[in-house]
Design a binder for this molecule. Structure first.
Ligand code: 2M8
Length: 464
C-alpha cells in the first residue's frame, strides 16, 4: 500500500485523535534519515548503519518502499563477517568527523580479524537478529501484488536465505558452545539495551584496566547527559572493547578469558522468532531438507533454554551470567522473552500476561500510558529518564505487540498499538519516552520508532 493510500485508509476509520498524521510523518522521518542505500538510526546521534535498527527500518519500509527495504538489508549483509556474524555497526566513511565514538579506528576490526569484511569497516560485535522477520515482512507485503513485484521479492529471498542461515548458524554455535539454546553476549551493546540494570551485577564484577583516552561525542547530541549512559558505564564498555581487541575478536579466545559472558534471553528469544521466519523463507526458496531440520532444532532448543530461565517469583524469564552460573534477578522488559519466542503452553502465557498487567509493568498506577517501561518502576535500578533504565521504547513495545498478535491476544495487542501510535502522534518519533509524563527523550526523529509505527499502522484491524 502506498503512503497516501495508507493514511487515507486510516482517516476512513473511527480515527483515534491525530493518528491519520502518523503514517506520512513516519515515512518522512525515514526519508530524511535515508542515505544512498541505507538509513541512519537518527539524524546526528547515530551517523552509521546499525544492525537491528536496519532490520526494523526494513520492516517498516516494506510497507511504503519495498525496494528501499531490500537495499537496507543488502547493504548491511554486504558487511557480514566470514563467520556469519552480522556486525552491530557498519561505519559510514562519510560521517562527519568526531560525530560518534567509538569509531572505526577504535574498533580496528579489519586489521585484527581475518574474518572481518574487506569493504566498509565494522564494529566487532553483533545485535539481536531481527533481520529474518524483516525479510519475511518484505515477502508478506508482496501478497496480491503484480508478478514482477513477486518475482523480485522471491529473488531477494533466494539471495538472502544463505546469508540469514549463516548468521543464525553462527549464533547457534559460536555463541552457544554449551548447546543451551541461549545466546551468549560479550558486551551490553550486543543486547541493544545497553545500560539496562540487567547488566549491573555482571559489569560490577569486572575490574577495569588501562583504557586508552577517549572523548564521548554522544553527549553533544542530546539535551541532557543524564538521558545517556554514565561515564562509569562508558569506561566499562570501553574496557570490554579493549579486551575484545586483545582477543582479536576470536570467539574461542573470548570465551576463554572474557569477563562479560552472559546468556541474553531477549536476544535468544528474537533468534527463536527469527528462526521461525527463516523456516518460512526456507520453504519459499526450497532450501535443503537438512537445513530446515537444523532450523527446527534451533527453535526447539531455544524455547527449552528460555524455559530453564523462568523465574516463578518474578513471573519473568531471566538472563544468566555464564561466569558465575547464576541468573541476573532484575525485572526488565527482556523478561517477556518467552512471549517473543512463542510456542508456549497456555499457563505460561497467562503468567506472562499477569506480569505485564501488574504494577511492576504496564499496570503501574503512575504511568502516562499503559505501556511497559524498559525497566520495572519497582526495581532499585529504575530511572525514568535514563535510556534503557526505565523509559518506554516503542521498538520494545513493537516486539511485545507482534508477539501478542501471534499468540492470539488480539485485544491486548490492539491496546499496545493504540497507545503507542497515540503517544507518537502526541510526542513525535523520539528514541524513547518518559513513562510517567510521556515526554519524548533521547534523539528526535529516531528511524526505528518511525518504522515500527509504519508496521503497526499497516496492520489493519490489528492483524500483522
Ligand atoms: C543504542 O546503542 C548505541 C551503541 O550500540 C549507543 O548508545 O551509542 C541502543 O539503543 C541500540 O539498541 C541501538 O541499536 C543504537 C542505535 O539506535 O543505539
Amino acid at each position: 500500500m502506498q503512503e497516501e493510500e495508507l493514511s487515507q485508509s486510516l482517516s476512513d476509520r473511527p480515527a483515534t485523535r491525530g493518528l491519520d498524521r502518523v503514517n506520512p510523518l513516519a515515512a518522512g522521518v525515514l526519508r530524511r534519515n535515508g542515505l544512498k542505500s541505507w538509513t541512519k538510526p537518527a539524524p546526528s546521534l547515530y551517523p552509521h548503519q546499525w544492525s537491528w535498527d536496519s532490520a526494523f527500518i526494513a520492516l517498516g519500509l516494506a510497507h511504503v518502499d519495498n525496494r528501499r527495504a531490500t537495499s537496507e538489508l543488502e547493504t548491511l549483509f554486504a558487511s557480514q563477517w566470514t563467520t556469519g556474524k552480522v556486525p552491530h555497526i557498519v561505519f559510514n566513511p562519510e560521517a562527519p568527523p568526531k560525530s560518534y565514538f567509538p569509531d572505526a579506528e577504535r574498533w580496528n576490526s579489519s586489521a585484527l580479524s581475518e574474518h572481518a569484511p574487506a569493504g566498509p569497516r565494522t564494529s566487532g560485535l553483533c545485535q539481536p537478529p531481527v533481520h529474518a522477520l524483516a525479510v519475511r515482512r518484505i515477502w508478506q507485503t508482496t501478497r496480491g501484488k503484480d508478478d514482477e513485484r513477486v518475482a523480485r521479492a522471491r529473488a531477494f529471498l533466494s539471495s538472502n536465505y544463505p546469508r540469514l542461515f549463516a548468521w543464525h548458524r553462527y549464533l547457534a554455535t559460536a555463541r552457544d558452545p554449551e548447546g543451551s539454546g541461549l545466546v551468549t553476549i560479550y558486551h551490553p551493546w550486543e543486547s541493544g539495551t545497553d545500560n539496562s540494570p540487567r547488566w549491573d551485577a555482571a559489569l560490577a564484577r569486572i575490574s577495569i584496566g588501562q583504557i586508552p583516552p577517549y572523548t564521548r561525542y554522544d553527549l553533544q547530541h542530546v539535551a541532557d547527559a543524564s538521558h545517556r549512559p554514565t561515564d562509569e558505564e562508558y569506561d566499562r564498555y570501553l574496557w570490554l572493547l579493549e579486551l575484545l581487541k586483545r582477543a582479536r575478536y576470536d570467539e574461542a579466545a573470548i570465551y576463554e578469558s572474557h569477563p562479560f559472558l552472559v546468556k541474553d534471553v531477549l536476544f535468544s528469544a528474537v533468534l527463536v522468532a527469527a528462526n521461525e521466519a527463516l523456516l518460512e523463507i526456507a520453504a519459499v526458496v526450497g532450501a535443503p531438507r537438512e537445513e530446515r531440520a537444523l532450523i527446527e532444532a534451533w527453535i526447539e532448543r531455544g524455547r527449552r533454554g528460555l524455559e530453564e530461565q523462568w523465574d516463578p517469583e518474578f513471573g519473568l524469564c531471566l538472563d544468566r551470567d555464564v561466569l558465575v552460573g547464576e541468573s541476573l534477578r532484575v525485572r526488565t522488559v527482556a523478561g517477556f522473552a518467552p512471549l517473543i519466542a512463542g510456542g508456549l503452553p497456555i499457563g505460561r502465557v497467562k503468567d506472562l500476561l499477569e506480569t505485564l498487567d501488574s504494577p511492576a509493568f504496564a499496570g503501574h498506577p503512575r504511568l502516562r500510558r499503559p505501556l511497559p517501561p524498559s525497566t520495572s518502576p519497582e526495581e532499585p535500578g529504575f530511572h525514568p529518564r535514563s535510556y534503557w533504565r526505565g523509559p518506554v521504547w516503542p521498538v520494545a513495545t513493537w516486539l511485545l505487540w507482534w508477539s501478542l498478535l501471534r499468540t492470539g491476544e488480539h485485544g491486548r495487542a490492539a491496546g499496545l498499538r493504540r497507545e503507542t501510535l497515540e503517544g507518537l502522534a502526541e510526542g513525535g518519533f523520539a528514541e524513547y519516552f518518559e513513562p510517567f509524563t510521556g515526554e519524548p527523550l533521547g534523539s528526535t526523529e529516531q528511524s526505528w520508532t518511525a518504522a515500527v509505527a509504519l508496521d503497526m499502522l499497516a496492520a489493519e484491524n490489528g492483524s500483522a
